[in-house]
Structures are given as structure tokens and as C-alpha cells.
Ligand binder design. Sequence first.
Ligand code: FAD
Ligand code: SF4
Length: 522
Amino acid sequence: MMHAERKKRSMKNKILRLILGDQLNYQHSWFREQRPDVTYLMMEMRQETDYARHHAQKLIGFFAAMYNFVAFLRKSGHQVIYLQLQDKKNLQSLSENIKSLIAENGFTHFEYLLPDEFRVDEQLKKLSKEINIEVSSSDTEHFITKREDFQEIFSGKKKYLMETFYRKLRQRTGVLMDGDEPAGGRWNYDLENRKPFKSHQKAIPPLEFNHDYKSIWKEITKAGVKSIGTPLDSKFPWPTTRKESISVLNYFLDELLTHFGEYQDAMTSRSWSLFHSRISFSLNTKMISPLEVIKKAEERFRNNPEHYTLPQVEGFIRQILGWREYMRGIYWAEMPQFSNLNFFEHKRKLPAWFWTGKTKMACLHQAITQSLEHAYAHHIQRLMVTGNFALLAGINPDEVDEWYHGIYCDAIEWVEITNTRGMSQFADGGIVGTKPYISSAAYINKMSDHCKGCTYDYKIKTGEKACPFNSLYWNFLDNHRKKLENNPRMGMMYKVWDKMQANEKEKIILQAQKFFDEIKIL
Ligand code: FAD
Ligand code: SF4
């Protein structure tokens, strides 16, 4: 644009542009040009700190990442209003702050980036009608698909299927494609990616930072924000800039990716993140983009296929190109009704030890204590330990959602609720997945080293030493027979149950009842 024209535009307009805490896209086209007519707005608000009880590291991480993003904007010559939690002018509500700033500064335009949460989307639509100035929205330029692409891909289909979606995106983006064919002739190497982590094998430590964020934590506690977990404020480990996010990604590509696929379902008490990337916080705040992550991983395979094998790399790419985009698609296709679904009509309360880790069950103890300490558990811990237990124990999905939404530093509703209520709790009756992810202790023993040191015995179904997962598993199947027996993927399990002697079945059901009665002290 010509200088004179830009100047003319800037004299006329006064534009307020909103950036939310999970919209820290350093590469967004908004920031390519310095504009005197534009003021960016970022806010720390009680509206966001209080709508769930968040992990301390999640609160610190978001504020630190926002703070660093403001510094980047100012250094690049942009004007920014940054409302901190304790600022007198901060009305603690997105809408009220914006209305007040418009009145005070005479902004003529309000522009925002499309939010990823339904709640905020609704709030911004409502606000747009209430303020008497021109409003427009733009894409965050982060995701590979647009909100509406999902509906288009599944238009006329009876059921969503991750694999269909994933293959479409492979074709559309050309990722891991050789012409029209998938690289190596196969789309999916999942079956080769299910190895347990053996006792003689060494884990590689994660890349952690040592930020001193005591001042941020002080601000949060002084304001009286309630939180859970260990703050680690003087040795904050998570990346809070784009540069650091890229370092975590490169560390993963250099050191961990060659083991990722193979051991992605393994669990061990010797490492809290094993070979997982720990990039979810950076991705979900948009400090890095999914396509750049995928492209970098593919590049490794293309340049060095002996070292970076296809099953390893495909296993990783599928999580991001497949699962992450798929969950976002489901969120926008199914909200808001999705957040109330409770297919099994589960009503039980989450035991208090989910908030302390004080349980005798070694697998749950590990998954919960590391979540409290690191604001992180990897996928299989979330799905097959905490999620599996909550489902088998008939916990109300509202309570399960509340826990998952608070505890992980990467928990943002669009990806938390689809994973928790959908994939893990099957409360959607099969929108996300095709069957409930449940298992008895045998699976946990196969994939982890937790059972060896446990109070309970993974081999036993009933009696004093019996592992709770065993009787709860069969009790769950028996209880929900009407809803599940016609699912073709569940038939085998019912066959095994039906072959058991009546008195054994009775003992198992009684044992499950005993666990329900004692759930607070398991
Ligand atoms: P890696 O194992 O290294 O995987 C790489 C990336 O793939 C992740 O960073 C993530 O962006 C993506 N990915 C992998 N699996 C999924 C998935 N199922 N859905 C979406 N993206 C995926 N992920 C979140 O980002 N936020 C959440 O709040 C969240 N809640 C979950 C709740 C439950 C009950 C379950 C079963 C899973 C949840 N996940 C969530 C998905 C997954 O567990 C995390 O993305 C992953 O553990 C983050 O760690 P990582 O970056 O080391 O992932
Ligand atoms: Fe978990 Fe049961 Fe194994 Fe204990 S025995 S670690 S409770 S699966």
C-alpha cells in the first residue's frame, strides 16, 4: 500500500484488534505491517482464570507466553494495550473491557481472530451486536482445516471416521504422499507402534527450561485465583516463546522421534513424558503451527529414511494431521450439545484422590501425581489409566471434564472435551470413536511397569488383592450390555463374559460393588 494512502486510512480509522491468550501466532499476517491506526489488545482476566480450576503451571504458562508475545509485538513496532490481572482498569470480563476501551479511546473498528472456544465465540458475536462500531473477524491462520471443512468432508456420511478424515488431509496437503499414493504404500502403521518400554531400556529426559516466573505467580495468588498442582514458579519448565517452542520441537526431532511411534503407548514410572514431544502447549497457544511441525518431521524422514523410519514418523504425523484436526472439526460440528452428553448416564462423583494422587493403585498414583507435578501426562496415561478408571467406575462426565480441563497445561475446551467426553468417556455414544476405550489390568500390565510395585495384583479379579480394573471392567460390560452388545467391536468381550461360570460372574459383580463402596480409599 502506498504511504500516502496508508496515512489517509490511519487518520480516519482507529482500530482495536483483540488477541486472545491462545492466539499467540507470531507469524500471523496481522503483524507483517506496522499500522499507526491499529492498537492490539491482550488481557489477563478472571473470566478466564476462574471458569475452571486450572493447574498453577497452566496459569503461569499462559500469562508468561502472553507477556512475551506483548514484548514481541512492541519490539516489532506495534501498539499494544495489555491489561494485567491486577490493573485497576481491568473489569475482568472480555466484553466489559472492550466496551470500556472503545468508549475511552474512540475506536472506530473492532477486529478479532476467530476464537477456538464455543463460549468465547458466542460472547464475541453478542458483543459485536452490542457495540456501535464496525466489527470484523479473521482466521487465526493456525489450523490446516477451516471450521466448516469437517462438515464438508463428512457430508452425506452416516458416521465420522478419523481414518477417512486423515487420508483426505494427507491427499489435500501432500504430506507423506508419493504422487497419489501414501508413502511406503500404506496409510497407517499403528499396529507396529505398540511396544512396551522394557526395564533395561533408558528413557531420555525431556527438555525443560528454568524460567523464574515468581512475579507472575505472585500476581496470580495475590489476586486470589484458585488453582491446583505444583507451580514450579522459580524453575518454570514449559516453553513460553516461539523460539523456545521451536527448541522443544527440535529436541523432539533430534532425540525422541526415532522412538516415538514404537513406544507411544508405553507407560513407565521411570519417566513422565517418555518419548512424547511435549509440544501441545506450544501448539495450543499457537506459538508454533501444526503444518510446520508436520513438515519438519516429514523432512527428517525424506532426508534420512534409515534413521527416521516411516512407521515412527507416520505415527507422529497422524496425531497432528489426523487426531488434532479431527477433534477440532468434531468440536465445531457438535457443540454446544456435545458438552452435555452422558450416553451411559453415569452419576458417580470423582474420588477426592484424583486431586491428590493418594491412591494405592500404582498406575493411577503415577498418572495423577505426575499430572499435579508437571501439568502433563501422555496420551495413554490420560486414556487408559485415568480415563479408563473414570469410565469403568461410572463417574459423571461433567466431573471428569472438569478434572481434565483444569489439570493439563494444554487443556483448552475444543481439544479437551472432545478427547475426554468423546474419546475417553464415550459419553457421546460414538461420535468421536467407534467403541469405548476400556481395558482390564492385563493391558496396563502389558504396557507399563506399574503393576510390579502395586498393592493390588493385576492377575486377580476377586478377593483382597484383586486389581479394581478387573471386576470394574466386567461389571461395566454387564451393566451397559443393552447399549454395547450390538457394537461389532464389542462382540468378542461379551463372548468371553458369557462363557464364564454364573458363580464367577456373581463374585465379580459383588467385588465391583465392594470397590464402589470403598472408592474413596482405593
Ligand atoms: P505427543 O504424544 O507427542 O503427540 C504430538 C501431538 O499430537 C500433541 O502435541 C497433540 O497436539 C497431538 N495429539 C495427539 N493425540 C491427540 C488427540 N487425541 N487429540 C488431539 N491432538 C492430539 N490434548 C490437548 O492438546 N489438550 C487437552 O486438553 C487434551 N486432553 C485430553 C484428554 C484425554 C482424556 C485424552 C485421552 C487425551 C487428551 N489430549 C489432549 C490428547 C493428547 O493426550 C495430548 O495432546 C498429548 O498427550 C499432549 O502431549 P504431547 O505434546 O507430548 O503429545
Ligand atoms: Fe493399576 Fe491394577 Fe496394575 Fe495396580 S495392579 S498398577 S491398579 S492395573
